[in-house]
Design a protein around this ligand. Structure first.
Ligand code: PLP
Length: 486
């Protein structure tokens, strides 16, 4: 049902004199609020704020908060972005006064508990990665990519290998990979995928030379496939004197099962908001810690936390690239990652990944009867279907499917990514979804493909706004400035 209540602005609901509170009377007879304030701070008229009762304000904001879908309200199968459930226990613990009441400018000695937590988090994610050098500084996955590439650049500069100015990225990579490489001052070359959706080894070989600095690889890749040639790939890259960067966005599939350091990665980032249940926060603060091999640890950004005897202190690594973020990074998000890892422990984390992979394969087994799945009979934690045939036969696109799913109470999967699949529909259920939810999602998908084209094409029908892009396009002539408006 459309939520009419939340569509009105507070200003439209305002009624003169309506109040959410009553202030106590002023002590002296004839005194007014204005007479208590310094004259130079008084305006001629009160500011034009909406006047409302408390109930109206509360309903307004609660209703607004229900307009969007969220992990707490709906199944959210956003491939690659891993919108996993955020345990409420994490939220409560991350809100403890010892964490929220500290000030970032406090001295190391006054926040030993926070430093101990960050130190232990460094140790734990270094162990999960199989890469011992850790910086918790970067504020997102993409920021981790950039930071790690700056570390690689500093390493090559130190070795007098400045000619290594190319970063290789896979054609199935997230757009942040080539973007981060460019920002770090490298040029990029794209490595093709083969027919199975894995790295095309011949193409990789043809692009590796003494000018190659780093090969950025996502494994499992964005098609939801673990690249079984990984040993050969990392050997080839290392033989060329280059480094392997692992985009850790898909770590949710391999926690406790295999470690990037063990399969040859030299640097990597984690997305704690994908892997360790930090909230995504609508574009708000995230974290993108990076892990590197020993020989790269000296270049990490500061501060890192060290343990000396029983004391914890912050230091800058010897050849640090400098700061990439203020203070200790986004401690609130890092705290949630710490709590999540400690709560699950070694066996529990492995189980998380096993369940994520099991759920995705169960859903894949159902979806493959509805849509084509061009790569792989099995998947890791996510899979990529294609609406290409549906488009050809019924003129329904991946976008139409995604929009219509909202009417069935499901957040849309990722669409049109990765670019190597036409009309891509990328589904990632995550480990906490029940069989019933997965069945209901597959059933909705099936029913949509059976519906009349008109209904699907104009979906969603149950949301306050239908298709923002189309609405904006329709309004364009109204928004366009005319000579007269100027
Ligand atoms: C494969 C992959 N790499 C990198 C990123 C970038 O991570 P972030 O959004 O934390 O910057 C994403 C984000 O979705 C991703 O899916």
């Amino acid at each position: 049902m459309r939520n009419q209540q939340a569509t009105k602005l507070l200003f439209e609901m305002s009624r003169s004199g309506r109040r959410a509170h009553h202030l106590p009377p002023l002590p002296a007879e004839g005194e007014t609020a204005a007479s208590l304030l310094p004259a130079d701070q008084l305006a001629d008229a009160p500011p034009p704020l909406p006047e409302l009762a408390e109930g109206d304000v509360v309903r307004h904001f609660v209703n607004l908060s229900t307009l969007n879908m969220s992990v707490d309200t709906h199944f959210y199968p956003l491939g690659s972005c891993t919108m996993k459930y955020n345990p409420k226990r994490n939220e409560r613990m991350a809100s403890l006064p010892g964490l929220v009441d500290v000030h970032p400018l406090q001295s190391d000695r006054s926040v030993p508990g926070v430093l101990q937590m960050l130190y232990e988090l460094q140790q734990m994610i270094g162990e999960i990665a199989g890469l011992p050098g850790v910086s918790l500084q970067p504020a997102a996955g993409a920021h981790g990519e950039l930071t790690a590439l700056l570390v690689a650049a500093a390493y090559y500069r130190d070795r007098g290998e400045d000619q290594r100015r190319y970063v290789l990225t896979a054609d199935s990579a997230h757009g942040t990979n080539p973007a981060s490489a460019q920002m770090a001052g490298f040029s990029t070359r794209t490595v093709k995928s083969n027919a199975q959706g894995l790295v095309d080894l011949d193409d990789l070989k043809s692009k590796l030379d003494d000018k190659t600095a780093v090969f950025m690889l996502t494994n499992p890749n964005t098609l939801g496939l673990f690249d079984s040639q990984i040993k050969e790939i990392t050997d080839l890259v290392h033989e060329a004197g280059a480094l392997i960067y692992l985009d850790g966005a898909n770590m949710n599939a391999i926690l406790g099962i295999t470690r990037p350091g063990d399969f040859g990665a030299d640097l990597m980032h984690f997305n704690p908001h994908k892997t360790f249940s930090g909230p995504h926060g609508g574009g708000g603060p995230g974290a993108g810690p990076i892990c590197v091999r020993d020989f790269l640890a000296d270049y990490l950004p500061g501060p890192v936390v060290e343990k000396v005897g029983e004391e914890f202190r912050t230091v800058d690594p010897a050849k640090t690239i400098g700061r990439v973020r203020s203070f200790f990074g986004n401690v609130g998000v890092l705290a949630r990652a710490y709590i999540y890892i400690r709560t699950y422990g070694k066996e529990g984390l492995r189980r998380v990944s096993e369940d994520a992979v099991l759920g995705a394969n169960y859903l894949l087994s159902k979806v493959r009867h509805i849509l084509d799945v061009p790569h792989g009979d099995r998947c890791m934690h996510e899979f990529v279907a294609s609406a290409k045939k549906l488009k050809k036969e019924k003129h329904l696109s991946a976008m139409d499917l995604a929009k219509r799913l909202l009417d069935f109470g499901f957040h849309a999967p990722t669409v049109y990514f990765p670019l190597v699949v036409e009309e891509a529909v990328m589904v990632e259920p995550t480990e906490t979804e029940s069989k019933e939810t997965l069945d209901a999602f597959a059933e909705a998908l099936f029913r949509i493909t059976e519906e009349s084209g008109d209904v699907v094409e104009h979906a969603p029908h149950s949301t306050n706004i239908s298709r923002p892009d189309d609405v904006i396009a329709a309004r364009k002539p109204i928004l366009r400035w005319t000579e007269k408006d100027k």
